[in-house]
Write a protein that binds this ligand. Sequence first.
Ligand SMILES: [Zn+2]
Length: 156
Amino acid sequence: MAQDGTHASGSTQVTLYTIGYRGRKAVDLAKLLPAGTLVVDVRLNPYSPNPEWSTDIGRHLAAVGLDYRAERGLGNLDYKTGGIRIADPARVAAIVDELDERDVALLCACSASADCHRLEVARLVTAARPGTKILHIELPTRRAVLASEREQREQL
Ligand SMILES: [Zn+2]
């Protein structure tokens, strides 16, 4: 994975990443994603008790060289029941447009992509844009998750 942000300009090879923020900080995302990646928040409700992943999220990500946008239309209407129903699947077109320009990362809270609707969003993107390279960034260590949860409790 490119860590230095030097993407060959003119290259059409972009990557669609998927990542969960639980157990991570904005600065960790910057280590995992190339600089200039557009982080698309696909939570139905892009809020968290942790301000770093709530209303301040764009500022935190900008500080580490990542762009940010929320796409609530790509949120999961059935997240409370464990089902998956994308609110407005047509919003996938916005992701496809961005992939013509740069790398995109689908962001949700869930640590593992297997438990998350971002897998379905990624599938919709590849259906609309065949050949898109996808990289699911999986969960951090158990210890990192515990540390993050402890931190979150302290902030409440
Ligand atoms: Zn999720």
